[in-house]
Design a protein around this ligand. Sequence first.
Ligand SMILES: [Zn+2]
Length: 67
Amino acid sequence: MQKCFFCGLNSMIRFGKRDGRQLYKCNSCGRRFIGGNHLIANDVIADYVEHKMILSELSFKYAKSGL
Ligand SMILES: [Zn+2]
């Protein structure tokens, strides 16, 4: 079981496939991941648009993702 790197909980579930890679979703915070370690870019944009996160917050939050 993958750990969610947003909330750190083992709440990841398989969430279908995307581009041939396993997609995961965190039941705790609702984030989606490809292969357990790649973020879906749309989630970054959603944070920016919907949650009005500033760039420094985004870069901190996504620092582990390599985006
Ligand atoms: Zn989570």
